[in-house]
Design a protein around this ligand. Structure first.
Ligand code: ZN
Length: 72
């Protein structure tokens, strides 16, 4: 429950990372291995910010949550 798993995955070039919540309420973060190490680290931080700030359960518009995640 509410564990975070981070994995590398070959994703389309425009996608930095995605987070998927599974049926056990665990967060599965996938980082695009096609990107440079630095960008992958940024993507990881970005996705983790969404999780920490509860963006998956709030009703804020996506654009607001994206700005908050990018601000770190
Ligand atoms: Zn995001």
């Amino acid at each position: 429950m509410n564990d975070i798993f981070i994995r590398g995955l070959k994703l389309p070039p425009k996608v930095r990372g995605v987070t998927v919540i599974d049926s056990d309420s665990n967060f599965n973060v996938y980082i695009n291995t096609q990107l440079s190490f630095e960008t992958q680290e940024k993507a990881k931080k970005h996705e983790l910010t969404h999780i920490i700030k509860d963006h998956f359960y709030d009703c804020e518009p996506v654009i607001h949550n994206e700005m908050e995640a990018n601000a770190g």
